[in-house]
Design a protein around this ligand. Structure first.
Ligand SMILES: [Zn+2]
Length: 234
């Protein structure tokens, strides 16, 4: 494929409706991609989902029987099951008994939590970082649990704003802290890949509860830390 072709296709809907595309002749595809696979936790692949993916390939004009695609439906089903595993998890189970009595009332923050999710409008990835903070009110949670809470909600079909709210709400619910703040900065492939002139734009969302909402100084401290400036630096 020449560079020209790639550029021309970018950001434009196909001029040929899916049902009218000419199917690809699988025999013409030379040098099929090696079956190196992406085995995510192989196991209960949904046959029904896999057959949907097979149909999807055919609708795109591909030949689902050609060598490079034979295992694609089951791989995609497997990957999707893994990428949406948050539907099968709940925060109460994830936190378990990792709650500890603690009297201090200083802000606790975990920054730069890696985050990968799928936008519910296009089922394409958005990814970035979450910064999560709270002020204890008699108890704290094990630090490793905050990234796990982010995962429970990120591994579902999402919009970034709701994801941010759900994380803040869950921490409020299980920890009953004096306040919670969550900031997410993410890049959305549905914007970047479709070439809507937003290749480099980052979406930032925040959700605050309790003292993070009501106390301007707490909120300011949180945002200052969340945006990556060293509070103790020059
Ligand atoms: Zn999208």
């Amino acid at each position: 494929m020449t560079k020209d072709t790639t550029d021309n296709r970018r950001a434009r809907p196909s001029p040929v409706p899916l049902g009218q595309r000419r199917p690809t002749d699988g025999k013409q595809v030379t040098d099929p991609c090696a079956d190196e696979g992406w085995e995510l936790d192989p196991g209960a692949v949904s046959d029904e989902y896999a057959s949907l993916v097979s149909r999807q390939l055919a609708l795109l004009g591909e030949d689902p029987a050609r060598e490079g695609l034979v295992k694609t439906p089951s791989r995609v089903a497997n990957a999707m099951e893994w990428l949406t595993r948050g539907y099968g998890e709940c925060v109460e189970d994830v936190v378990g008994d990792a709650l500890f009595a603690e009297e201090h009332r200083n802000m606790v923050m975990v920054r730069d939590i890696e985050l990968y999710s799928l936008c519910e409008h296009h089922m394409l990835p958005f990814f970035g970082k979450a910064h999560v903070a709270y002020i204890p009110n008699g108890r704290i949670v094990g630090l490793s649990k905050l990234p796990r809470i982010v995962e429970v909600y990120a591994r579902r079909l999402q919009v970034q704003g709701r994801l941010t709210e759900e994380i803040a709400g869950a921490i409020q619910r299980v920890l009953e802290p004096a306040g919670v703040g969550v900031v997410i900065e993410a890049y959305h492939l549905c914007m970047m890949m479709r070439g809507v002139e937003k290749q480099n734009s980052k979406t930032i969302t925040s959700a605050v509860r309790g003292s993070f909402r009501d106390d301007a100084r707490t909120r300011a401290e949180f945002l200052y830390l969340a945006h990556g400036r060293d509070a103790f630096g020059p």
